[in-house]
Ligand binder design. Structure first.
Ligand SMILES: [Zn+2]
Length: 153
């Protein structure tokens, strides 16, 4: 059989990734809901991050890219009501403060929100939602920490 040598698709690099309980649940959940393998989810996230880093790197290094608006990450989240479990639509962009810090690959932006009397769209009970979502580099997700608490009325 003549022809091109086979592309080197062997995946012989291995990483052990440690997850906590909630990260493991998230991985299980996205794997089940999307039908993707867990390893595929990690690889996709890596590629996505890689591409965003490349774009920011180009913007920083090359004038040609100066006017390239990458946009920011979404601050939309589905928040489960702590009383009835209903899914609530929350777009923290509507009410948050943000600040940024200069890092190796440009700005790191933190969005902070404190929604003290958010009303569940189904049961009408009040909850407190607060936390941070962080973007780094611009256009790429970095981390988040969101807390939802019941509010005594
Ligand atoms: Zn509710």
């Amino acid at each position: 059989m003549a022809g091109r040598p086979p592309k080197d698709n062997s995946r012989d690099k291995q990483y052990r990734v440690r997850l906590n309980e909630s990260e493991d649940k998230i991985l299980q959940y996205v794997s089940e809901t999307t039908g993707k393998q867990k390893s595929e989810i990690f690889r996709n996230a890596l590629e996505d991050y890689y591409n965003k880093v490349r774009v920011q790197e180009a913007i920083q290094a090359d004038e040609e890219f100066d006017d390239w608006d990458t946009g920011h990450i979404s601050l939309k989240r589905v928040i489960d009501c702590p009383y009835c479990g209903a899914a609530n639509k929350c777009d923290f962009e509507e009410d948050c403060e943000s600040w940024s810090e200069e890092r190796q690959m440009g700005e790191e932006i933190t969005y902070h929100f404190e929604w003290d009397w958010y009303e569940c769209s189904i049961c009408g009970k009040k909850m407190r939602i607060y936390g941070d979502i962080c973007e780094y580099p611009v256009g790429a997700y970095n981390y988040e920490d969101i807390t939802v608490e019941e509010v005594e009325e």
